[in-house]
Write a protein that binds this ligand. Sequence first.
Ligand SMILES: [Zn+2]
Length: 248
Amino acid sequence: MNIEELKNDLEAEKFLFDIGVLKINEVCPYCESTEIYSIRRNHFKCKSCRREWSKYNGTIFKDIRIKPLKFVKIIHELSKGSLIKRISEDLEVSYNTVLKIKTLILKRLLKKLFNIDEVKSLFSVGIEINENGIDLNYVENINLEELSTLKNEKIGRLYIFKNYDIYDLYIVFSEKIIKSLEKNSVKLNLKDVRVELRMLLKNISEKVSKGKITNVDTLLFTLVQTHFINYHGNDKLFYLFLEILKHK
Ligand SMILES: [Zn+2]
């Protein structure tokens, strides 16, 4: 499916129905009668108990009020890594709406990939290259004492350790500066990073130095996103985003 080919809300809505982000429930949610019919746009009515409801009940559009075409376009832009401000301006959608969608995606993504409900103010991600590809592991228990004896390379508030423990890269994410690590910090050297991981670090490093990402949530999001795009491509990430938005 080429997103550029979606011309209007009707087509975008059909697309969302086809892939399951929107779902028609053909049963009355009140009395479970199957004799329902559509009344004005977006609403159903039950023949049996006479009650009405929105066809978007139980879908993402219940919480986020946005037209289907813009919604699809926002997800597409987010999967390409576009910034919220830019998306909001280009698509003429409020900053908060885009932020809300991005936050929801992040939350669901973290749950799916790492099985966590929210990120802590201090955590780490261990990156390992193995025969299956690249594994990202979210690690909450950080041995700061041991780490403070090792050299790290720093980008913003990311402390990067090469070949630590079982990991090719081990990245400590922190909301605050960690003094015990700072004393052994040197500038990031991309040359001795395995080629599979070089793009990942390069991209994050560029975004951090441009001041585009600051908080740890966004840093983690960017890491995961960059990894995914490098590995599976933009398109796959777009569909992953849609996939995780399926359930309420
Ligand atoms: Zn009913």
